[in-house]
Ligand binder design. Structure first.
Ligand code: NAD
Length: 453
């Protein structure tokens, strides 16, 4: 089938109303859960082939997160999909108000290569739970995972879920179609293109994008523990994480102690030669490997950063004494390079962050409630953690999404259901009485109206 036929077939199937039935949706989610369970080994292998992800990381950040999301939806779908009774102001008496949750129709899900399994399946769970049909387009750079995703999802009728593989040409063809919704995860550059294409059909979109996520380490922070948690969050998937701490802003009084602690934990986690450690993920492809190696070679005061061209692994590189003008501060790093910037005045540090695009994530390490409050009050960002990194997105009860250039819209848990639904508001009027106030002629009625409103 070509892409136009796939979309046509999905729209026809959606019109049969089968996907609106909540029991049907729940059964499909259970089927998906069982299929993933029976393909767990294939997924582990694919993530190893694409990114050299160790099984622990693959389970922690991809498969396990998908299970959590599936379990949440299977447990909550009935209550999420229920018609909700809403308050009605007295002036509309006699009437009742309700909110219905309609699916959107045939949705397109496009995902990136860095968490290729989780970032494809998590939005799909939202789409199915809300009663949609879905065309799924995994990233062409994570080829092995894309194949496993196809193998798993081919167990569903293609009029319900259809995986489309391929590169640029396929993307272009997909974006010519009129979908009812597009859920895109990827770079801000491609995000702009998606928005442009969607505008042609007025298709609503969610954009889950990236950018430079700051990590502030205040003077009062527990330095050793902060370094440990930052090293963990930065080096998951070798830094190829949308919410990885992109750069450090550390108070000058604790900078040296912090850098020393970071080095200690990098060695504890990955040994003295991470670039040959079999449990350390590789860079996705030659283009990104070369890009990161070039960033390291153009920087000064680099600690670490040895590369292994055979395995495409790059040891963590701390770039000390950076400023906002350093080459590593130009674009999102998306690799194991960590610029260290120091500050003496928190207000100036906050202004520097606010002068740049709104970050997807922000992390703040402090033991001062005043500092925590100040940062949360004065910086607008997608989401983040106090005294940790990354884990805010592993809580199904917390919505996840960017703001400004880091994205629009949110998902996970209940928000995924809402994102893939249309809330239809209905006011049902009773017929047993019809109060005349609202009808013309209005003579002498305004006083009464003012009392009611
Ligand atoms: P990308 O934008 O290059 O690709 C994302 C998807 O878009 C892929 O499926 C790709 O095939 C497709 N695509 C690429 N070029 C296209 C084009 N010209 N037209 C149409 N589609 C196109 O992103 P990437 O390199 O795969 O991922 C890295 C980026 O994604 C980083 O910026 C990262 O921060 C971001 N990201 C964001 C999140 C999030 O949840 N916010 C998660 C992971 C990655």
């Amino acid at each position: 089938m070509n892409i136009t036929e796939i979309v046509k077939a999905q729209k026809a199937y959606f019109s049969t109303y089968e996907t609106r039935d909540v029991s049907f949706r729940k059964n499909q989610l259970i089927k998906l859960l069982n299929l993933i369970k029976s393909h767990e080994e294939d997924i582990f292998q694919a993530l190893k082939d694409d990114l050299n992800k160790p099984n622990f990381e693959a389970y922690e950040t991809e498969i396990g997160m998908v299970y959590e999301e599936l379990k949440f939806m299977i447990k909550n779908i009935k209550s999420l999909a229920k018609v909700k009774k809403i308050k009605t102001p007295l002036m509309h008496f006699p009437s009742k108000s309700y909110q219905y949750h309609d699916p959107l129709g045939c949705v397109l899900i496009m995902s990136p290569w860095n968490y290729p399994f989780q970032l494809t399946i998590s939005p799909l769970i939202g789409a199915l739970s809300a009663g949609n049909c879905a065309v799924v387009k995994p990233s062409n750079y994570a080829k092995a995972t894309s194949k496993v995703i196809k193998k798993i999802l081919d167990n569903f009728n293609s009029e319900y879920i259809c995986v489309v593989e391929g590169g640029r040409e396929v993307n272009t063809m997909l974006l010519e179609e009129k979908f009812d919704f597009i859920f895109f995860t990827g770079s801000p550059t491609v995000g702009k293109l998606i928005m442009e294409k969607a505008a042609k059909h007025l298709t609503p979109i969610v954009l889950e994008l990236g950018g430079k996520s700051p990590c502030i380490v205040d003077e009062t922070a527990n330095i050793d523990l902060s370094a440990k948690r930052i090293a963990w969050g930065k080096l998951l998937n070798s830094g190829q994480t949308c919410v990885a701490p992109d750069y450090i802003l550390v108070h000058e009084n604790v900078k040296n102690a912090f850098v020393t602690a970071l080095q200690k934990y990098i060695t504890l986690f990955y040994g003295t030669n991470p670039e040959t450690n079999t449990e350390y993920p590789k860079i996705i492809n030659q283009h990104h490997f070369d890009r990161l190696c070039e960033l390291i070679s153009k920087s000064t005061d680099v600690i670490g950063g040895k590369s292994n061209p055979e395995t495409m692994q790059i040891a963590p590189a701390l770039v000390d004494n950076c400023t906002f003008d350093s080459v590593v501060m130009e674009d999102e790093i998306f690799g194991p390079i960590l610029p260290i910037l120091s500050y003496s005045n928190l207000d100036h540090a906050i202004t520097s962050i606010n002068n740049r695009p709104k970050p997807l994530a922000l992390y703040c390490f402090t033991q001062s409630i005043a500092v925590e409050k100040k940062i949360l009050r004065s910086i607008i960002f997608g989401g983040g953690c106090i005294n940790d990194t990354i884990i805010h997105l592993a809580n199904s009860h917390l919505s996840f999404g960017g703001v400004g250039e880091s994205g629009m819209g949110r998902y996970h848990g209940k928000e995924s259901f809402n994102t893939f639904s249309h809330t239809k508001s209905i006011l049902k009027k009773g017929n047993f009485i019809d109060i005349n106030v609202r009808y013309a002629p209005y003579k002498n009625k305004i006083k009464l109206l003012k009392k009611i409103l």
